[in-house]
Structures are given as C-alpha cells and as structure tokens.
Design a protein around this ligand. Sequence first.
Ligand code: NAP
Length: 439
Amino acid sequence: MRHIAIIGSGPAGYYTAEAAIKQWGDDIRVDVFDRLPVPYGLIRTGVAPDHQTIKAVSRRYEKTALTDNVRFVGNIAIGQDISLADLQALYDAVIIATGAPHDRDLGIPGADLPGVIGSAAFVGWYNGHPNFADLNPDLSGRRAVVIGNGNVALDIARILSKTRREFEGSDITAHALDAIEGSKLDEIVILGRRGPHQIAMTPKELGELGELERAAPVVDPDDLPAVTDDDPLEPGQRKSVQWLRQFAANRVEKPLRISFDFFARPVSIVGKTRVEGVEVERTKITDGKLVGTGEFYMVPCHLVISAIGYRSAPIPGVPFDEKAGRFASDDGRIAVSPETGGLYAVGWARRGPTGTIGTNKPDGFAIIAKLAEDIARGAIGPEGKAGRPGFDALAAERKLDIVTFRDWQKIEEAEVAAARSGAPREKFTLVEEMIRAGR
Ligand code: NAP
C-alpha cells in the first residue's frame, strides 16, 4: 500500500487523485488537503459566478472524492497546522497542487494606494472566498480601470457590468450583487500594454461583452491592424480579434462603456490618499517587442483592478522560482529520496497560471506517471509509511479540526437551501459559518 498527500483540492489536485486511482486502484490511499473547509479551489472561488456550466466540472471531482481510496481533509493548512516535513514522514509522496493564489506585482509607483485591488482579491470577493469577503470595494466612482488583457480582466469587466437580472442563475455572493447593483460606474477601461493581436482573451469570453444589457464594448478602429494581418494568427486568436473588429465597426451606445485601451502601459498610479488615476505610456510593437513612445497621459479613475496574472505561494524549504512565481521543479519533480519520498508540483504550482481547467488533467496524469516511475526504479523507498492512520493519530494529538467530505456535503446542502430564487447556492463567506454548517 502506498500513501499520497495532495496539497490543494482544486482541479490540479483532483485530476491527480483521479490519475492515482486509475494507476493503482485499491493499492493506493490519497488524502487531499485544503486549508479551507470546502473543496474545489478555483472552481469555487475563481471561475466566474455567471459561468455555471464551467463550474459543473466539480461533479467529476466529487466522483473522485467519493471513491473509497480518496479522502478530503479540509480546514488543514500545511505549514501552519502541520508541516511539510510531517507530511513527508507519513506519506510516500507529497504533491503540491496549491495553484497560484497571489497577484503578480504591478511594480509601479502608487500600486499600494487604497482603491488599487488585485484580481485575486476582487475575484475572491465576488466569489465568496473567506479571505476577501470583507474587501468592500468602493464602486462609487464613475470610472474603473482594469489592467491586463487576459480572461480574468474580461471576467472582472463583465461582472462589474451586469445587472441583477443578468446574474440570475449565478452564484455571485449577495454582498457583491448588492454592491454591483449600487455601483455608479459609467466606464470600465481595460488597459492592454500591447495590441489586439497580443491579447490573451478567448473568443467566447470576448463575445459575451457584446451581449450585455446595460454595457457595451468600445474599440478604437485605429488600434486594429490591417485585416490581412490576421491571417497568420492561430484560429482561436483570429476569432478573438474578429470580435474586436466587430466591436470597433458596430459601436453601440449603452449607459456603461467597456473601453479597450490598447498600446497603453501603466507607469504609475496617482492619488493623494487613494487612487485618482493611472498614468499611462503609449506603446508600440517594433520587431515584435514592446517599446514606449514617450507619450504619456492620465486615465482618471476611482478604482484600479490589476489582472496581470498570478504567483504561487512558496512553502518554506521547497525550491521556488521567484522570477516565474512558481515552484522550481524538473517538469513537476521537485525532489525524490528514499528517506523523504517524492515531492512534486502539479497544475499552476508547476507550470504557472496558464491554460484552461482541462489542462490540469494531463498534468495530473503526467505527475502520477512520474511517481509510478520513481517507485518502480526504487527511488522512493519501500512501502510501510504510516499514511492515513498516521495522519489521523497526529491530528488527534494536535486536536486539529478536520472537515471531511461528508461535512462538506452538509455545507453544500446548507448553501443550496439558502440560495435566493433561481440561484444554485448562496455561499458561506466565513470559515466559522462553513464549519458550523458542516457539523
Ligand atoms: P493571462 O492570461 O496571463 O493575462 C495576463 C495579462 O496581463 C496579459 O494581457 C499580460 O500582457 C498582462 N500583463 C502582465 N503583466 C503586466 C504589466 N506589468 N502591466 C500591464 N499588463 C500586464 O492571465 P489571467 O487573465 O490572470 O488568466 C490566467 C489563466 O486563467 C489564463 O490561462 C486564462 O485563460 C485562464 N482563465 C480562463 C477563463 C475562461 O476560460 N473563462 C477565465 C479566467 C481565467 P502581456 O501579454 O503583454 O504580458
């Protein structure tokens, strides 16, 4: 019998658990740890609340979670409740699937002014992540700036633009729904430091901007390259650019504008006691490289949300690639020894915040193949680690308050029961509330 600990219960964690069961069947025990009392990571707290069909992938993870040999161990923070060394002593392999929960630094003056919010916090706020439930963003201004040209920037602009009616069927938290309904915004500026051909936005998500009730996208036709320049783009990217062309050609007037400002690199955030504007340098692409033109202008605003990508949270003692913001590994393999077993990273913790949810499936299966290989070549040491019963003994000794998958199911039932009409659930936003509902 082999024992695996997976840290993190998001897509990377559960696809890895699924792969382990496929590989070893009854000869494996997998414990999936999460610092929160609730599973599924970014599926619950990252994927936009109005994208319920994407969130439905959690049913697949539930199937894995309910198999006999996989166990959810919620409300346990590795590094606080129990150390990585403790886990390594108990399990044959520890697999880090903790994602990339921190925002990449904007690295410009004024980035710490009140009113500047990172996407991790902002997305966490509208999605009911307990760490950000009391963020209370100030939506009383008329203009917000979203920095970044990825799908997260699009999610944020769309969520800020929707009416209460458009949130029907979503599980946006009540506090965010009320705040967004009361917002005074009439413009959301999406700043991209490069141009339309360099966006990291996908067609479906872009197209949604054209269907909003009270908001419409605005693209300056002058920012678009010649149509024939689209030919070499890969098909998905070409489709995205076609959306931008459509927005530029058919300008629709609605009370809230979502303005794309391309070739616009933020250089500082200004304001006396809180953000009052973003100073931007006009850029151009020369020989494929981003260069500043020396032309500067101000975008006055009351709120800035940076959506420029994420970083993993280091774990003391585990090699970390500071520049890339993820664990340092040889394609997922961090360290392997007969004494401490195998230590691996998977998902965003391994490759950084790229790809879709589905990308984590081959990632999970690949890491299990590596573990199987390391066991087969004798690099990991013989069977006989204490595993699950060993962890339970340690948890009892330390009086750790574990939330099981059964407890989570009770939390879920309570959230479903509390849902407003038409919504799938109303999430608990406080850890204590979650734990109480699970008991
Ligand atoms: P992303 O796709 O990497 O986009 C980050 C954006 O920020 C890029 O446009 C980048 O521009 C820009 N940026 C980076 N540093 C900057 C700086 N210092 N100043 C100005 N701009 C800067 O990241 P993301 O939007 O956070 O998304 C993360 C992952 O989740 C992606 O794989 C995304 O597709 C996925 N996701 C998918 C969905 C969906 O499918 N519905 C929804 C949300 C997220 P450059 O290109 O110039 O670096």
